[in-house]
Design a binder for this molecule. Structure first.
Ligand code: X2X
Length: 344
């Protein structure tokens, strides 16, 4: 037994003495390029977050780790709902995206997007900086196959349409609305009498332009950057119903290839990029109503009573998706949000 241990130790020492070539080999094993998928390009705050991240990593590793951004979810032919499974298959190395897009693969990562779960930035910040919430969330990401690094913000999603001012759930009756791949958003719309259609971002714009759909929902920052007002969208409702995180994460096999020193650099770069990205989103959020109105679009900002009516109209879907995502974690988020409200 002792013999065998000594043998192992001896082998270990032998490997250590020829450690330099082994180390050199590990370095050589780094890929020339790590592929990062983003749905939108750097002209949008989330795409910009990806760009900042890639640049910081390149600078701080002296080019050892070269993250290349593929906007338009082009690594999955624009089918953004395939990003997470493509990451698992080794097609995508780096994620900088909204978990709502991955709801068909990892439903539990959608806990932050339940309707009105985090109704303002105070609640949102409290949840996304709470160790109790984030440790559990990051464990879910790890179990799903990626190393989570940091969270940015995709922004509060607002409704726009070409038909009429939408001030109450009934106003949505019969409206054809494009939603992203999360069935939860579909259920929210159906619950209010609208007709939802699931569509990628790439398909959404032509569908709005041709009038195949009447409505869509996206942060106003996206509305502005994509010039959605030119697609016949004349009415906006700023109801702040859902604000996903922007998750920066690395595919596990890639993460494990990197030295601990490089892992540290990459994690810090993601944290710095996320901070800057949140800054961009918040700046735009503060001025979005004014800017969208400036384009001649009718923007409705709901009163407190109207806001409550939206919440009531989405209560059943909320309850179903609390269970459908991760009831325990959603309860934790609710508690943190409640506490943040107390501090308001
Ligand atoms: O497709 C969308 O609506 C977008 C850009 O917001 C997402 O990626 C979820």
């Amino acid at each position: 037994m002792l013999h065998r241990r000594q043998l192992i130790l001896a082998t270990g020492t032998a490997a250590a003495t020829v450690g330099l070539p082994r180390f050199a080999h590990a370095q050589a094993a780094y890929k020339a390029e790590y592929k990062m998928s983003t749905v939108v390009p750097p002209a949008f705050a989330w795409g910009k977050g990806g760009e900042i991240f890639g640049n910081l990593v390149r600078e701080r590793t002296g080019g050892r780790i070269n993250i290349k951004q593929y906007p338009g979810a082009s690594l999955v032919q624009g089918q953004q709902d395939r990003e997470f499974s493509a990451m698992r298959q080794g097609i995508i190395d780096v994620l900088c995206g909204a978990p709502i897009n991955w709801s068909g693969t990892v439903r539990e990562l959608g806990v932050f997007t339940l309707p009105f779960i985090l109704p303002d930035h105070k609640a949102w910040d409290a949840a996304t900086t709470s160790p109790a919430v984030m440790d559990e969330y990051f464990d879910l990401v790890r179990k799903a196959g990626a190393e989570p690094l940091a969270v940015g913000e995709t922004g509060y999603r607002q409704l726009s349409n070409s038909k009429r001012a939408v001030k109450a759930p009934d106003d949505l009756k019969g409206i054809k609305v494009r939603v992203v791949g999360s069935p939860m958003y579909g259920e929210i719309m159906t619950g209010m009498g609208a007709n939802p259609t699931f569509m990628s971002w790439a398909d959404a714009q032509p569908a709005l332009a041709s009038g195949a759909v009447d409505a869509q929902e996206n942060p106003l920052e996206v509305f502005l950057a994509a010039k959605i007002h030119t697609l016949g969208q004349k009415y906006v409702t700023k109801w702040n119903y859902s604000n996903d995180i922007l998750l920066f994460a690395i595919a596990q096999p890639v993460w494990q290839q990197w030295t601990p020193a490089d892992q540290k650099i990459v994690r810090e770069a993601a944290q710095d990029a996320a901070k800057q990205q949140i800054g961009l989103v918040r700046k735009l959020f503060a001025e979005d109503v004014e800017r969208v109105r400036g384009l001649g679009v009718d923007v409705h900002v709901p009163t407190a009573a109207e806001q409550q009516a939206w919440q009531i109209a989405t209560r059943r879907v909320y309850a179903r998706w609390k269970v459908g995502t991760h009831a325990g974690l959603v309860s934790k988020i609710e508690q943190v949000a409640e506490k943040a409200r107390g501090k308001a």
